[in-house]
Each structure stands twice: as C-alpha cells, then as structure tokens.
Design a protein around this ligand. Sequence first.
Ligand code: FEO
Ligand code: CA
Ligand code: CA
Length: 680
Amino acid sequence: MLPTDKSRLLPLLPTHPAGRAAVTCRYRCGDACSHEAPNTSDNPYFGDVVGQVLDRRKVLKAGAVVAVAGAGLGVVGSGTAAAAPAPAAPRTHPLGLDFEPVAPNDLDAVVVPTGYEQDVLIRWGDPILPGAPEFDFANQTAAAQSAQFGFNNDYCALVRVPGTRDRWLMVNNHEYTSESFMFLGWDADDPTREQFEIGLAAHGLSVVALDQDRRGRLAVRLDRHYNRRITMNTPFDVRGPAAGSDLLTTSADPDGVVVLGTMNNCSGGLTPWGTILSGEENVNQYFGNADAVTDPVARARLARYGFPAGTTERKWERFERRFDLARDANEANRFGWIVEIDPLEPGSNPVKHTALGRFKHEGANVIVARDGRVVAYMGDDERFEYLYKFVSDGKFKKGDGRFAREHNKKLLDTGTLYVARFTGDSPPEEIDGSGTLPADGEFDGSGEWIPLARNDRSFVDGMTAEEVYVFAREAGDAVGATKMDRPEDVEPSLKSGRMYAALTNNTQRGQAGREGATEVNPRVANKHGHVLELEERRGDNTGTRFSWRLMLVCGDPNSPDTYFAGYDKSQVSPISCPDNLAFDSAGNLWISTDGNALGHNDGLFAVPVAGRERGHVKQFLTVPAGAETCGPIIDDDHVLVSVQHPGEVDGASADNPLSHWPDGGDSQPRPSVVAVYRTR
Ligand code: FEO
Ligand code: CA
Ligand code: CA
C-alpha cells in the first residue's frame, strides 16, 4: 500500500554501471566499479555449482532462533496500488506466495502488496542504549551515535531471548557511512575530527531488543542488558590459525590477537548455535597511502585486495595512524574477515575468524553436515572473485545449554578452507556470451572444492598456511579457482538441502583483457546477474564434488538473454542484480536486489525453487529511490527488510535531499528497518 504523502516521484539521475548510483559506489566500495577489478591473475577459467543440510531452525532448540513453521506469509491478495504488469490470472500459488506482485516503480516509498501493512521499526540515530539522546540531525556527536542505531543498516537477524516467547534480539550490520548525506555542508577535503569519530561510531553492528505484542507487531525496547553497539572502537579477539601471525601484528597490537573494530559489514548469517556471523567486505577503501609501502610483496598483496594509493574518501588516515598504511601496513590484514557476535552475551568480545580466510566477505551461512561437522559457505564480492567453503574439524553439539554453546562457538577455529572450481557440460562454442541457452537447455555442469589449507597445513605450493588464510585470494589464484560475477549471498535451502548463490553482476566480463563468457557466468557485460543452484554429491556438504545449474538469469523477462528456470517468462516480475538470499518456512527463495539495472527501484522478490511454480519470480515489495533492499527475514508473521541508503542518488546530499523517506515532509532520508505484516 502506498503512503500517499510519501509517493512523490524522484528525479533519477544517471547511474553507475549496473544501475547503482556513483555516490553509492564511492562510499560503499570505494568506486570498485570504476577501477580495474584486482584479480589480474592468469588463473585459467575452468568453466562453472551444491548439500544434505540439516535445517538450522530444526537443529536449534526452540528459542534459539526465530522458529518458523506453517504457511508463511501467504495470503490472497486482491491487487495493489502499484499493480504489476504480470498476468491477471496467475497460476495456482505455491504455499506462501499468494500475493499480487508489486509493479516496478520509482517512488519515494516502500511499496507492499495489498493485504499487507508496513511499519518503520528503527531508523538511523534512534536511541538504543538507555540514556541515549534523541536523534538530532543538525547536532550529531560521536558520543550520541555510539548509543544510537548506526548508519546504513544491511544484514538483519533475529534471535529469541531464552525463556521468552515474545522477546527478540535484532542484530543489524551498519555497512558504511555516506558522509555527504549525514552532514550538512560536508567538505570532503576537510572533514572534522568529530565527523571522523561519528563515522567510526556509525559503523559496526547494533543489537536491539524487540518486544512482540499479541498481534505479532514488533517494537524496539531499550533493554539495559542486551542492547549493544559494536563500533570501530570495539575490541575483537582474533582466533584461528592466523591469530598471532606476524602478518597481523601492529605497533598497537604486537601480539596480533586483538583488533579494534569491524567495518563495511555487509551480509551475514545466523549460526545453528544462535550467534551472528558478519562479513567485512570493502575494507580496502578505509586505508590510505598503500603506495607508500615499499616492500614489493606487501605492495602486490595490497593491490590484490584493491587498497588505493594516496588519500581515501573519508580521510580517516589523517586522524589515526591505524588507517595510514605508510605507518602500519599490517593493519590492512586485520580486516576482511568473518566476525562472530554472540548477542546473548553482551559482555563478550566479538571474534575475527581467520580459519574462514580473508577476502571481501559478503557473509557466511553455516549448515550442519550429516556427520555433524559444520560447513560455512561464503562469497568474495568483487568481479572475477571466488566462492569458498569451510568445513570444521569438530562436530556440532545439540542443545542450548552453556556447555553445548561454548563447544559450538569454537567450531569455526579449526578446519579446512576450500575454493570452488566449476566446469560446464556444454561445448564452449555454445556459450557465446549472449545468454542464449546451449543445446542441452541449461547452463549447468559439475565442480569441485579445492582445499587451500587446514589449520597449520597449507595445500598451496609456495604459500604457508598463515599466508593462505590472510591472502586467500592469492591461494585461489594459485589453484585455478573459477572467476565469478561478484558472489554475494550463498544460502542453503532448508527444504531441499541445495545451495543457492547470488552472482550480482559483472559488466567487465568479456572486456578486452578480461575473461569472457563461461557456462557458469554466461553473459558478457553482465548487468543483471544470475542465481546459481548447487548440489553437493551424495548430499554431503563436507565433500569435494558437486553439480550445479543456473536457476535464474536475471533481467527483463522480455529479453532473450534471461531465464527463469524454464517458467513462462510472461508471468514473472523483472528482477536485476540479486544480492541477499533468504528462505521462508515453505522453502521458497526470497531475493533482495542491489542496483536494479532495469531503471527502477530495488525490491524483494519471492520464487519457488521446486514444483510446477519453480522460477515464478514475484516482486513482494520495493524500496525508495536510491535505496537498496537488504537483510531480509521472512517469517510466518512478518517480513523484515533493511532499507539501506534511501535517496542516495547522484546529485543529492544532505544539503539537497531528494528523498524524505521515511519521515516525509522536508526531513532527511534515514536508513531504517521496515517490518511488513499481513492485514488479512
Ligand atoms: Fe555490500 Fe556485496 O554488497
Ligand atoms: Ca549445459
Ligand atoms: Ca550485499
């Protein structure tokens, strides 16, 4: 439904490649799309995806995570204010997807189907710690921000407070700051110390208690015990095989075991033991003066991870030496990890897991294999980068007791790190880069997981185990891993055990000097991305062989280069740039998008992955212009989405806001979490 006072059209300005505004690229990833992708290795491309998964929600005892059961959010919709171009008489709906799709639009609003209502749960700057001041846009302070909800919320997870039925802990990543949208009169050449410190405090994560009323509606609670802000000043314990390595020591931490802060936390995952994993992604953009590093090996490694020469956009290197690579080059190696937060233990130090390798982590999703070992699937979100998995040495213990939890929280310390190599099954000449299906009717094939290191043992010639973990990209280059089109979320189905990966886009594929189309990344100049389905051989997540196929090749359904698992394309919603993935209780896949290259607002989509409706993509909601849809949680009585960077379009700023979502009037746009509920 459309809030009529917020439904003004925005003047959309030219965008960056694949649809994302240049200003978003500047702040989020340090203009990665304007730079050469840093994988210049001649690692050959082998052409192309993967599990018996225990249902995480079943593995957990009731109360450890949001338990879902039943029919999902399904309801018979009767049309919407923004009716879709989709069919007037859709086929029988699978369980949970009986809504009328929302049409593509450019509105300054969150749009949901008829029969649903929305509520802004929390906004950037809302107080979350007791005593925090109310948000005051014109008079921000670092002290206030340290006790308020951070900026640009991305990943979102819910953990039930033990012993309660109606109380939750919501954990959110705050991926990055957009200073020109945060401060009036922002001067990029001369930021102030207070602005720098606000930036530190606006990053990280928030833990926020929620109360659920009898109608199922959620509301923020200022909980003295559980509410927490994790920022760029929070100490993290470094664990796993590279903890204490010479590669991680700095003047402030000569033992290489404690790092201050986490940054650019993008997506994440809820573990079977009720903790949160969060991916440190585009960390390179926060460190200045990589060109001042003289050691050629260290320089090459900084380049492989895209660390820039000279000054950075935010100029943090002016204020603290840890951001100046000329002074502490190893500080760069202390970011780019999967971090783990235990929201149920607010006094505990979060952890940086070196056993999961260092790269531009989108997130990590852990499943329990048949034999009890746990497996984390991960993507490195940059063009031509790799997909990884980690298999633990130890086995998962069931139960929510302290003994089991403490045991499980150590599972990610020891194990084997793998990288993926894909092979297509069609003749290479049939993969012409246009997206035309090969003669066998599918982009599909087989693949293998190549071991890189296990604890102190390296499987990569010329690299020590510590080097493999800290410079995992180099290890992937050396063993011939498959270069992918920006691997974002990698998520197991709770019903089928198959794994799904969002490959968001790669407009450089096929450019001069760059790898061309392969069966697993079959389009050159890939603007719209695709969704990969993987099945481990014999359903064994700990194994090394798998089969794969592309389930969706995204874009305009009217375009011949798109594919929706063979479903009638006249019946589906257009979808572009798949990013975060989630499953509902009925096993339907939900996909949020980032950077819709079809020219409309980003959205949240649902698609069955099995049965006659497999491939029937339907748009459930759209977010305001300039925003990205993130962190979806799909539960039976609510959908939560992060609305990140609303109004972040080129030419806009705090001095010239083009969005006034969510508060309307002349207000500044504020990244927020929105809850959606059924009304009938
Ligand atoms: Fe922060 Fe991979 O998107
Ligand atoms: Ca094929
Ligand atoms: Ca993402």
